[in-house]
Design a protein around this ligand. Structure first.
Ligand code: MN
Length: 320
């Protein structure tokens, strides 16, 4: 009768922006992430949901020098340059009226994407809210990070803590009010980082809370906080958010993450809120993957974020 069960309520213009680098990570391989998502059919999947999709190709930037940490930061300048390139591409895409989807690359790049969204929201008088889906709080600073890898620091930087070179990627400090950051799925936090993230005012729904009250009520609370007509919701999806049993293709797996249905539920509920205006898909590492299946799962979850559903949620309305 109808194919409306796979059609989103609103059609969007979506820009895919590849940022192939792993300068902020401990392991090499995240730089292959954008291509793995393309091989898994991301563009076609979004198109078949009715969206207009533009693959903007990959940004270019410094090679990974694989050097050691200096004064608490590894690859500070290289990471900053990549973040600036990501920031500029994402900002232009937002101004063109598109929903930018940043294909990472490691999670340090979220310093760039949040800088872009932060500037855009200030100019358009929007209220920025970030949902951070991750196994890690990514709230390290040099005194709390054992490694100096900047992919463990982007939330701290966005909230105003970190090297001036990284803070300067944003137009203002902090780039976001910490109380507007909601983290879900957290299960690995370094000792000093724990204190900092709690003090910062970031809302953290860790896996214990997922166990105790369930994914549905957590996402309900998050959406309730975000729900205002002037909200721009940025979703930063670190693939290590997922349980390693279903997502082996990341370098920093942590046991005890959301299972397949919990992950789908998060994405479907975010879509139904109608609030998402920008997205990061980061930390996919094809060097650790098995037959690209983590990339394929990431594509499925992005489809859900953009409106794919098992059944119509509103059969009466959709079927007439
Ligand atoms: Mn992360």
């Amino acid at each position: 009768m109808t194919t409306s069960s796979t059609q989103p309520k609103t059609k969007s213009r979506v820009s895919l922006i590849g940022v192939p680098t792993d300068v902020g990570a401990s392991h090499r391989g995240g730089s292959m992430g954008p291509e793995a998502l393309r091989v898994a059919g991301l563009e076609q999947a979004l198109r078949s949901l009715g969206h207009e999709v533009f693959d903007r190709g990959n940004l270019a930037g410094p090679v990974n020098p694989m050097s050691v940490s200096k004064e608490g930061y590894r690859h500070l300048e290289e990471t900053a340059v990549w973040c600036e390139h990501a920031r500029d591409a994402i900002y232009n895409s937002l101004n063109a009226g598109d929903i930018p989807v940043m294909l990472g690359g490691d999670h340090s790049l979220a310093i760039g994407s949040i800088a872009a969204v932060s500037r855009f929201c200030r100019e358009k008088k929007k209220r920025l809210v970030v949902f951070w889906l991750d196994a890690h709080a990514d709230f390290n600073t040099p005194d709390s990070s054992p490694s100096g890898n900047i992919h463990g620091m982007p939330v701290a930087v966005a909230c105003g803590h970190g090297h001036s070179r990284l803070l300067s990627i944003g137009e203002v400090t902090p780039m976001i009010d910490p109380s507007h950051v909601i983290q879900i799925g957290i299960r690995s936090v370094d000792a000093i980082e724990k204190i900092k993230v709690v003090q910062s005012g970031v809302t953290v729904y860790d896996m214990r809370q997922v166990d105790e009250i369930g994914m549905r009520s957590i996402v309900d609370k998050a959406i309730q906080f975000a729900s205002r007509p002037d909200t721009h919701l940025h979703v930063s999806f670190d693939v290590d958010f997922l349980d390693p049993a279903i997502a082996p293709g990341v370098a920093t797996t942590v046991l005890g993450g959301p299972n397949y249905r919990e992950a789908q539920l998060v994405m479907e509920m975010i879509h139904d809120s109608g609030l998402m205006r920008s997205l990061d898909v980061v930390e996919l590492n094809p060097a650790f993957d098995v037959h690209n299946r983590t990339a394929e799962l990431a594509v499925e979850l992005v489809e859900s974020l953009f409106g794919k559903q098992i059944l119509s949620r509103n059969p009466v309305k959709d079927f007439v």
